[in-house]
Design a protein around this ligand. Structure first.
Ligand code: FAD
Length: 456
């Protein structure tokens, strides 16, 4: 008897409930990944994520081969390809992970219908891409939590399921053919400092993090130059690490650092339960509607300066340049960049979210769109009046300016904290740097924000 496991954002063998269920009773299994062209059309297929994905698929195939199997890759539309493979392998059942985006929900519905029409069954498994399933904890009066703290209380009290080992052996039916796997080198437009993908790399990073990073996380997570966060986000996004296993192992490590780290994983689950209940929050304001965002030529020029890291505010520009160079940005940088675009330039959060999704290797509809909404003041659990001052924040989270000097080469030789306020340098020295003037004064930005808020 034969089953199919459709891999999506769960590109691993360890702690993989769909794979475990598919193998039961000694079944043959087709481990299938469909390179779905409609994902490209929906704008999710950015070069950095395609390059990371190529690493993940190569590693998944290698790990399957160590166990006597192989990865089957198909190109086309997911529902059609799964049905085609099911016919070729005469598979009775298909297993996959539950997901929360509108795209994934529609795909699951169509797949179920198509398989049932052929007398086959689709099993969708939860706690593959989250530690606690969306909808598993809810407040009394709603289908999801809109405020994090009470969610976190319930989330923490929820027991984790057992962590599953990777299977020892997998038999893949010979009659099912595969397209050749993509190579990272074939993808163009990739950020030069992009990290490596794959389950093997994810597990190595997790072990190193638990050994020598997590203990200091509570004190150091906001230190921009120290780079003292886990950088596990792309692995959690592509599912090369299991959130259940990450929470379990961090919990075993214990201590204040591990506790603060696990709280961030709960934020990830929080955003997913919001998106599962409100899929349109990916594009529409979740709570407060704003329709007075600046538009037109000047706003577009400001947005372009922001994208290029030329706003004239060093810490914002450093963060934006890190994004382009690495396809990743520190969380404090993301907060500052998002506050600057939406509150200081008063430009629609969707403009910023789109740019982040074009470059972030961990670019994720739930985490990206809902964090943008949170900072823009339109989202859940939000403080609409919070405006982050890039100079004060720079001095606080990059006190000696090393983060700015690392990413903004025009300022690489400027000594001390004045690097956060280059306009205070003597005129000659300032003009030698070639660093741009601020696109707007902070006072003007704040006045515009307050005016728009008061009119709303
Ligand atoms: P760590 O600090 O080590 O945290 C561990 C894990 O917890 C992360 O890998 C991530 O999965 C989760 N996490 C951490 N912070 C958050 C948070 N604020 N919300 C939800 N989950 C969190 N994260 C993404 O994974 N994808 C995105 O597209 C994304 N876009 C963002 C956009 C904006 C405007 C902001 C403010 C934040 C965004 N985040 C996003 C959240 C956060 O910035 C990243 O998850 C984090 O910086 C990743 O680095 P890390 O793995 O070292 O995090």
């Amino acid at each position: 008897r034969t089953s199919i496991v459709v891999f999506t954002c769960d590109l691993r063998l360890s702690d993989h409930p769909p794979l475990r269920a598919a193998l039961r009773g000694g079944r043959r299994v087709v481990p299938l990944f469909v390179r779905d062209r409609s994902v490209d059309a929906a704008g999710f297929a950015a070069p950095n994520r395609l390059a990371f994905l190529a690493d993940c698929l190569g590693d998944l195939d290698a790990r399957l081969r160590q166990r006597g199997g192989r990865l089957v890759l198909r190109e086309g539309e997911t529902v059609m390809e799964v049905c085609r493979v099911a016919t070729e392998a005469d598979a009775e059942e298909v297993h996959m992970a539950g997901d929360v985006s509108a795209f994934a929900i529609a795909r699951e519905r169509r797949l179920r219908r198509a398989l049932e029409a052929e007398g086959r069954r689709l099993y969708v498994h939860d706690t593959v891409s989250t530690a606690v399933a969306p909808g598993a904890v809810t407040p009394a009066s709603s289908d999801h939590f809109a405020v994090f703290t009470p969610y976190y209380r319930r989330w923490s009290a929820q027991g984790l399921r057992d962590v599953l080992d990777a299977p020892r052996a997998i038999t893949v039916p010979e009659e099912v053919g595969s397209a050749s796997l993509p190579e990272r080198g074939e993808v163009s437009g990739v950020s030069p400092g992009l990290c490596a993908g794959g389950e093997t790399e994810g597990r190595r990073r997790l072990a190193a993090w638990l050994r020598s990073g997590v203990d200091a996380y509570a004190e150091r997570h906001d230190d921009l130059a120290g780079d003292a966060t886990s950088r596990l986000s792309p692995h959690l996004h592509f599912g090369t690490l299991s959130p259940v296993e990450v929470v379990y192992r961090a919990g075993r490590a214990g201590g204040a650092g591990a506790e603060a780290f696990v709280r961030q994983i709960a934020w990830r689950d929080f955003n997913r339960q919001v998106l599962a209940a409100r899929p349109d929050a990916a594009v529409r304001d979740y709570r407060t509607r704003h329709d007075r965002w600046r538009r037109g030529k000047r706003a577009e020029a400001d947005a372009e300066a922001w994208r290029d890291g030329r706003t004239g505010y060093p810490v914002v520009d450093a963060a934006m340049r890190q994004l382009r160079q690495e396809g990743w940005m520190h969380n404090r940088g993301r907060l500052l960049a998002a506050s600057f675009l939406t509150k200081t330039l008063y430009i629609d959060w969707r403009v910023g979210a789109r740019h982040f999704l074009d470059l972030l290797v961990d670019g994720d509809v739930a985490n990206n769109q809902l964090n943008w909404q949170w900072m823009a003041g339109t989202g859940t659990d939000t403080r609409p009046n919070r405006v982050l001052n890039p100079v004060a924040q720079g001095k606080r989270y990059d006190p000696d300016g090393s983060y700015v000097r690392r990413w903004v080469e025009e300022l690489a030789d400027v000594k001390g904290a004045v690097v956060h306020e280059p306009w205070r340098l003597p005129a000659q020295e300032r003009s030698r740097t070639g660093y741009p003037e601020p696109v707007v004064s902070l006072a003007e930005g704040l006045a515009r924000f307050k005016q728009a808020r008061d009119r709303a």
